[in-house]
Design a protein around this ligand. Structure first.
Ligand SMILES: Cc1ncc(COP(=O)(O)O)c(C=O)c1O
Length: 285
């Protein structure tokens, strides 16, 4: 079955899909993106993703390529044409095609919109097997990590360092020794006192849609949490660590930098939150 991509208004075979060499996304990473989970044939947390997209676009002053209703239709159509029941949708908007000069084009150009879809394995069945290792790495990114920009080189380098060490994620440490987030995930922990914590939103982290959905689930379930940054020392003494993102759901981390997290097993809080998030994804909440 051949994959189909949406490129600037047309549905085209994936292998033939292309953008111009002077697209500002290619030249300057002048663009933003979203990754939306598809589960059971439904797009998950779409409103959160489209709201974040609108914010990212506004922050870098790219006009929306389509209204929200039309974007939803395109996303659904790309999922449908690719027969994606379990997987993800990738959406990217760049400032468009213009002669290569740093300032925004003098004569406004149309933003470029690309949407692709990919099948995935779906919600993991065995949480112990879904659990993974992480490393810590210096956070070498820019000062506006709250914008979901396609400029991901520091994230790519950190992730590659993790993979080379047999881990799935790099937990990033700011210069002040505090955890910001993962290279492509938000970081959570249960501290030595048993308090569930994740960093407060700010320019240092991406406002994760999974993070937002999970905070709402926690509030509904009456579970206590604190939005408070975690130091490297607290991370090392954590009872539990887990990551969230649209494609990692809730992913327990059982080893950091080669040392086990507590007893090295998936903890009860991660298990509970994985189950609650699983119910959310299956539409049972
Ligand atoms: C740096 C970073 N933080 C956090 C996340 C998690 O965001 P979401 O839950 O919306 O997938 C991502 C996802 O790609 C990310 O790239």
């Amino acid at each position: 079955m051949s994959r189909i991509a949406y490129v600037n208004g047309a549905y085209v075979p994936h292998r033939a899909a292309s953008v111009h060499i002077e697209d500002r996304g290619y030249q300057f990473a002048d663009g933003v993106y979203e990754v939306v989970l598809v589960a059971g044939g439904r797009m998950i947390d779409t409103a959160l993703h489209l709201a974040r997209l609108a914010r990212s676009l506004a922050e870098i002053r790219i006009p929306p390529p389509l209204c929200e209703r039309a974007l939803r239709l395109v996303l659904a159509e790309v999922a449908r044409r690719n027969h994606v029941e379990e997987g993800l949708l990738y959406l990217q908007v760049t400032r468009g095609v213009a002669r290569r000069e740093h300032p925004f084009p003098k004569v406004p150009v149309r933003p470029a919109l690309v949407v692709t879809a990919r099948r995935g394995p779906g919600l993991p069945r065995d949480l112990a097997r879904w659990a993974a290792r992480a490393i810590t790495a210096p956070d070498e990114r820019w000062a506006r990590c709250d914008i979901k920009t396609i400029g991901l080189l520091p994230n790519v380098l950190a992730k590659e360092a993790a993979v080379r060490r047999g881990a799935v994620e790099a937990i990033l440490l700011a210069r002040d020794g505090m955890v910001t987030e993962g290279a492509s995930t938000n970081v959570w922990m249960v501290d030595a006192e048993g308090v569930l914590r994740t960093r407060r939103l700010g320019p240092e982290i991406l406002p994760g849609c999974t993070r937002a959905a999970l905070l709402e689930i926690l509030a509904e379930a009456g579970l206590r949490f604190e939005e408070r940054a975690v130091s490297a020392a607290e991370l090392a003494a954590a009872r539990e660590i887990f990551l969230t993102s649209a494609t990692s759901y809730v992913r327990p981390i059982v080893e950091v930098d080669g040392a086990p997290v507590a007893d090295g097993q998936v903890g009860p809080v991660a298990r509970r939150l994985f189950d609650l998030f699983g119910a959310h994804v299956r539409g049972q909440r």
